[in-house]
Design a protein around this ligand. Structure first.
Ligand SMILES: *Cc1c(COP(=O)(O)O)cnc(C)c1O
Length: 379
């Protein structure tokens, strides 16, 4: 089956009890046993729940993974992957990662005896140089938040495999519609399903996907032991969102391309960053490893916080908010929002200036989106 068919059908057979076309919300804690030691199928909804199973199977099929495990948030999914580590282990991470992931590394896992090395730039050799004998995981996001640098997944996967470590790719920005890192050698893929996968800004969730039985068993143990599981309603909402992932991503991307082109020609815009623009330094890599360029567009204006404040105040359609990946268009100020937990020095070091603005391009009419950006930039 191809992508759109899997998104609508995999894990979603008509309900055996009633014939219901839609997977029901199994809003139950427990399930009756057939006999001593013989649960009917499910036992207790922390361990597993049928609505969650449907979501896990569907997401696994879209990422071409054997196994999928859903979590209560993207950060719970990140944390579950980090449960593979033991004190003394080391992680090589791309420097450009989600701010919340960085905070978890620095403020939760360093005190527990894990060490991290952040790789400057994106050259595969830089990842190789950062490896140590005790490196267990290599962590990447591609394209990364918010400056949209890419990492060559195949090259870094090969380096990681030769070292005996595992490559983790946070695929939240691309979604499996545009990129499937497991097919390029990554060992573990995770998502904040809060973003495009669910797609309607109404549910927080995460997922971990892998073909590695050992990783799956460890993460599944952690899922049940620590218990950061999504409820059945949240799984149901994510499943409903997934059905339209393909059509949404096509429209998100078409709108993003038009917005990026508009901004790249605008006299008040210093720089427009979008992997789909030929001016992006890794445009060729994007074409080679992705099936589309996504819908996050970042740009820079002169005048720092004051200019950004004027711009966002003047917007009529774009909403000034955290997060991304919903059908509505959002504008975010990384320096004070997604990357507000970094110190000013850390932000400058990774290139997030005060005049940097990140757009999550939605699927409203693109003429309205561009008109609104134009009038706000003119203020
Ligand atoms: C949002 C996000 C996360 C965290 O997910 P939550 O669902 O907010 O917990 C992790 N990685 C990336 C790339 C994200 O955008």
């Amino acid at each position: 089956m191809k992508f759109s068919t899997k998104a609508i059908r995999t894990g979603q057979q008509p309900d055996p009890a009633t014939g219901s076309i839609i997977v029901p919300v199994y809003q139950t804690v427990n399930f009756v046993f057939d006999d001593i030691g013989r649960p009917h199928n499910y036992e207790y909804s922390r361990s597993a729940n049928p609505t969650r199973t449907a979501l896990e199977q569907c997401l696994a099929s879209l990422e071409e993974a054997k196994f999928g495990l859903a979590f209560a948030s993207g950060m719970a999914a990140v944390d579950a992957v980090l449960s593979l580590l033991r004190p003394g282990d080391h992680v090589v991470s791309a420097e450009h990662i989600y701010g919340g992931t960085y905070r978890l590394f620095e403020q939760v896992y360093i005190p527990r005896g894990i060490s991290f090395t952040y790789v400057k730039g994106w050259q595969p050799e830089a990842f190789a140089d950062a490896l140590r004998p005790n490196t267990k995981l290599v962590w990447i996001e591609t394209p990364a938040n918010p400056l949209l640098q890419l990492v060559n997944v195949r090259a870094v996967a090969e380096i990681t495999r030769r070292h005996g470590a595992k490559l983790v790719a946070d695929n939240t920005f691309s979604t499996p519609y545009f990129q499937r890192p497991l097919t390029q050698g990554a060992d573990i893929v995770l998502h904040s399903t809060t973003k495009y996968v669910s797609g309607h800004s109404d549910v927080i969730g995460g997922v971990v996907l892998t073909n590695d039985p050992w990783v799956h068993e460890q993460v599944k143990f952690h899922q049940n032991a620590a218990g950061a599981v999504p409820g059945p309603w949240d799984c149901w909402l994510s499943l409903r969102g997934l059905k339209t992932l393909a059509v949404r991503m096509r429209q998100h991307e078409a709108n993003a391309r038009a917005v990026a082109e508009f901004l790249s020609k605008h006299p008040k815009v210093l720089e427009t960053i979008y992997p789909g623009l030929p001016s992006h330094p890794q445009h060729d890599l994007a074409k080679a490893q992705m099936d589309g360029f996504g819908a996050i567009v970042t740009f820079r204006v002169d005048g720092g916080n004051e200019a950004v404040r004027r711009f966002v105040k003047a917007l009529k359609i774009w909403l000034f908010a955290e997060s991304l990946g919903g059908v509505e268009s959002l504008v975010c100020h990384p320096a004070t929002m997604s990357h507000g937990t970094l110190t000013p020095e850390e932000r400058l070091e990774v290139g997030i200036t005060d005049g940097t603005i990140r757009l999550s391009v939605g699927i409203e009419d693109v003429d309205d989106l561009i008109d609104d950006l134009g009038q706000a930039l003119a203020q």
